[in-house]
Design a protein around this ligand. Structure first.
Ligand code: GAR
Length: 198
């Protein structure tokens, strides 16, 4: 049966667009809703223009009460009956209550070769460490930040004159290849590691 995918974004949503673009034809999944904690996220306007359902729950009125925010998120999702959640530049930490409820059904893309550089500023940290390789990872989401079983990685070589911005742009191109390829397999029940370039 075709899987229904909720895609969570906080910003422009270029990974979300890559996922949506791939979910056609014989793909085992279809976008059910694009969700954001930010009504002004560029990706929300784009999804609406495509005729994809959208939902927004602003996290700010909930303050530090993450569980209450997540209860509102769950209520907003219910109508769309998602089978899978894809975090795609969703910049809110999720509690164990939410990640446990979605265990094995929620995946994330992170701009580093995990387990290196969990959290923020991954490109600058890879450069500062003098790494020769960098890239991105898609993994299952667990309660620990940027942790969880790795489903796919894409790597590139760091150039001697690379800057964080230049690196971010090149990694983003890889993200747009890796995330759709992993979702396609994951939605079909395939959790074997995918490595790009093959
Ligand atoms: C992407 O680089 C994604 O890997 C990163 O945010 C960017 C979102 O871009 N995610 C994280 O850092 C999550 N920890 P997008 O909105 O254009 O997809």
């Amino acid at each position: 049966m075709t899987k229904r995918v909720a895609i969570f974004i906080s910003g422009g949503g270029s990974n979300m667009r890559a996922l949506v673009a791939d979910m056609t034809g014989d793909h085992p999944a279809r976008p059910a809703v694009v969700f954001s904690n930010n009504a002004d996220a560029g990706g929300i306007a784009w999804a609406k223009a495509q005729g994809i359902a959208t939902a927004v729950v602003d996290h700010r009125p909930f303050g530090t009460d993450r569980a209450a925010f997540e209860a509102a998120v769950s209520a907003a999702l219910e109508l769309h009956e998602p089978d899978i959640i894809c975090l795609a530049g969703f910049m809110r930490k999720l509690t164990a209550g939410f990640t446990d409820a979605w265990a094995g059904r929620m995946i994330n893309i992170h701009p580093s070769l995990l387990p290196k550089y969990k959290g923020l500023n991954t490109h600058a940290r890879a450069l500062a460490a003098g790494d020769s390789a960098h890239g991105c990872t898609v993994h299952e989401v667990t309660a620990a930040l940027d942790d969880g079983p790795i489903l796919g990685q894409a790597r590139l070589a760091i150039a001697p004159d690379d800057t964080p911005d230049a690196l971010a742009a090149r990694v983003l191109v890889l993200e747009h290849q890796l995330y759709p390829a992993v979702l396609r397999r994951f939605a079909a029940g395939d959790t074997r590691l995918l490595e790009l370039p093959r």
